[in-house]
Every structure is written in structure tokens, then in C-alpha cells.
Design a protein around this ligand. Structure first.
Ligand code: NAD
Length: 305
């Protein structure tokens, strides 16, 4: 196999990890999968082949590449510590979660002392593009190592951009989500104003998409998940708040004054507090709706469910 890759460990078979690991299996890689959720890895092996590992430690032996796709850097640090002694010198850990650049750099330094390279390669595109293998991958790390694992990344993503040294991909990912989160809330507020004025929100979305107000939320979220009242994009509200917190952390580390970004993070954090755990990130629209004592619906968009 290209680059000498024979066995790929994959840890974290959640909404994103499952389809990403599925792409690797479909591309012919031997996947050894693990998830802390009972039966998840066994279910994956039944559907996609490969082997279910009972623990993170059990993933390491024989894996030349190990991919982590976990909620936060905290879980990544746990599994990296568990795998540590079992990872062979020369192995590459590809951290694909939207983690904290400084935490990833610290892990990379620890692993380097044992001859293991860690690169980061977080993704954008959501569950839909994870399923089709068309994710946007933002990579950070040694260029030669990233070249070596490029065939693996290409099974999952259609755009792979090296952003700099390890951690650079995750900084880029958090900043991407900052822009995305600001666009979402601005778009929702515009719809709330417009509907009070008498505009139909679905017509507004159509006009925005043909005009300069177009953004990812107007194209892919407002009609599909807000006006439909489905709130089921597959990306959690807690994870969005985590990403915004990371973006603000990078802002602090670089002494960059970002009052608007701080406000955006506060609004998303308030939405998460108000709505409670287990919400999809598109449910943040309900927070803006509550402030306006209004609900965004349109006779032009059928209700889901
Ligand atoms: P998720 O919550 O659906 O999945 C996380 C998985 O990790 C779960 O299956 C959970 O059981 C498992 N897990 C947690 N702790 C573990 C541990 N210690 N050991 C093994 N397994 C463990 O999350 P997701 O939506 O798949 O997101 C994963 C990462 O990708 C996050 O960093 C997120 O911010 C990022 N991301 C998500 C999306 C999206 O649309 N969902 C898009 C881009 C990036």
C-alpha cells in the first residue's frame, strides 16, 4: 500500500468518525477501530470489515497510522496516553478532531521523543461530506510526513491544504468555525427582522443566495435545518462553542483584539446554556428567536418530522 501503510487505527466512531473510517475501509485499508461507546466498534467492523479493538491501547500495535476523531483534545490526550507504549517508532498519529493547537503541539512533542510523529488534520464539511469523502482537510505538521499520509487523507477529503506546522490545521479550523458561527447568527437575525417587516424567510434565503449576503448558512442550513424546524445537521452545539472557545484562545495567545468574535462566542455559549445539552448547533436559532419572541417558519418550507 502507498507509503508503506498497512493497518490504520481509528479512534472515535461518532457522527463524523464512522463515515470517515468507512471511507478508509472502502478504499481498501485494514481498519482497526475503537470507540468508548459499547458495541460501536463491533458494529463498525460488522458493517465495514476490519477489526474492533476493545481499548485505545489495543489499537496501537501494528498500526502504522492511527487517526483520532474525538470531541475535544481532552479525550485525544487520554487515548494518546493509553496508546503510548504500543505505538511503534515511525508510526504517525493523525489528529483529525477540532482540537486545541497548543494541546496538540504538547502531545506531538511528547510523541516525537518516542519516534512517533503527530500531525493535525481537522475537517470541515459535516456528516454529508464525510459520507461522500469530500471533506475539506486543514493539515498541520511536517510536510514530508503529510505527503506520506496523503493517500489516507485523500480517501476522506477532496481538498487537503497544509496550513503550517502541527497545530496550524486546528487553528485554521477554529477560525473557519468562527466565521461560520458569526454568519449563522447574523443570517438568523436578518430573517427575524425581515419576517417582522413582512418578508417570507424562505424568500429571503432565496434572495440572499443570489446576492452578496450569501454564506454557508444561507446555502446549507437556514432552509434545511431552521425553517424546516428539523435542527438536525449532525454537528453539536457544544462542539461549536468548543470551537469558538479555541478560536478566542488563539486570539488571546496572539494578543489579537477581537471584540466582535468575543461577542459571537458569548452568544453561542448563552444559546448552549439556555437550550441545554444534546442540541444540534443549528438550534442556536431558537436562542435568537427567544430574544425576538418569534419563530422562523415559512409556508414555502415543509416541516420535518
Ligand atoms: P460525536 O460526539 O458524534 O463523536 C465522538 C465519538 O467519540 C463518540 O462516538 C464517542 O463515543 C467517542 N469517544 C469519546 N471519548 C472517547 C474516548 N475516550 N475513547 C474512545 N472514543 C471516545 O462527535 P463528531 O460530531 O463526530 O465530532 C468529532 C470531532 O469532529 C469534534 O472535534 C468536532 O468538533 C469535529 N467536527 C464535527 C463535525 C460535524 O459536523 N459533526 C464537522 C467537522 C468537525
Amino acid at each position: 500500500m502507498a507509503g508503506g501503510i498497512t493497518q490504520i487505527g481509528f479512534i472515535g466512531l461518532g457522527r463524523m468518525g464512522w463515515p470517515m473510517a468507512g471511507r478508509l475501509a472502502a478504499a481498501g485499508h485494514a481498519v482497526v477501530a475503537h470507540d468508548v461507546a459499547p458495541d460501536r466498534a463491533a458494529d463498525f467492523a460488522r458493517v465495514h470489515g476490519g477489526r474492533a479493538a476493545g481499548s485505545a491501547a489495543d489499537v496501537a500495535p501494528g498500526s502504522t497510522v492511527v487517526i483520532t476523531m474525538l470531541p475535544t483534545s481532552r479525550e485525544v490526550a487520554e487515548v494518546v496516553a493509553a496508546m503510548g507504549p504500543g505505538l511503534s517508532p515511525g508510526a504517525v498519529v493523525i489528529e483529525m478532531s477540532s482540537g486545541e493547537p497548543s494541546a496538540t503541539r504538547a502531545m506531538a512533542a511528547d510523541l516525537a521523543a518516542r519516534g512517533v510523529t503527530m500531525v493535525d488534520a481537522p475537517v470541515s464539511g459535516g456528516v454529508a461530506r464525510a459520507e461522500t469523502g469530500e471533506l475539506s482537510i486543514m493539515a498541520g505538521g511536517d510536510a514530508a510526513v503529510l505527503d506520506r499520509v496523503a493517500p489516507v487523507l485523500r480517501s476522506m477529503g477532496s481538498t487537503i491544504t497544509r496550513c503550517g506546522d502541527v497545530g496550524a490545521g486546528q487553528a485554521m479550523k477554529a477560525l473557519n468555525n468562527l466565521v461560520s458561527a458569526a454568519g449563522f447568527l447574523a443570517s438568523v437575525e436578518a430573517l427575524l427582522i425581515g419576517s417582522r417587516f413582512g418578508l417570507d424567510p424562505a424568500v429571503m434565503v432565496e434572495v440572499l443566495n443570489a446576492s452578496t449576503g450569501m454564506n454557508n448558512s444561507t446555502q446549507k442550513k437556514l432552509r434545511q435545518f431552521v425553517l424546516s424546524r428539523g435542527f438536525d445537521s449532525g454537528f453539536g452545539l457544544d462542539l461549536m462553542v468548543k470551537d469558538l472557545t479555541i478560536a478566542l484562545g488563539v486570539g488571546r495567545e496572539t494578543a489579537t483584539p477581537v471584540p466582535l468574535s468575543a461577542q459571537v462566542r458569548e452568544l453561542w455559549a448563552a444559546a448552549a446554556t439556555m437550550l441545554g445539552p444534546g442540541q444540534d448547533h443549528t438550534a442556536a436559532a431558537r436562542f435568537s428567536e427567544a430574544l425576538a419572541a418569534a419563530e422562523l417558519t415559512s409556508p414555502l418550507v415543509p416541516r420535518k418530522g
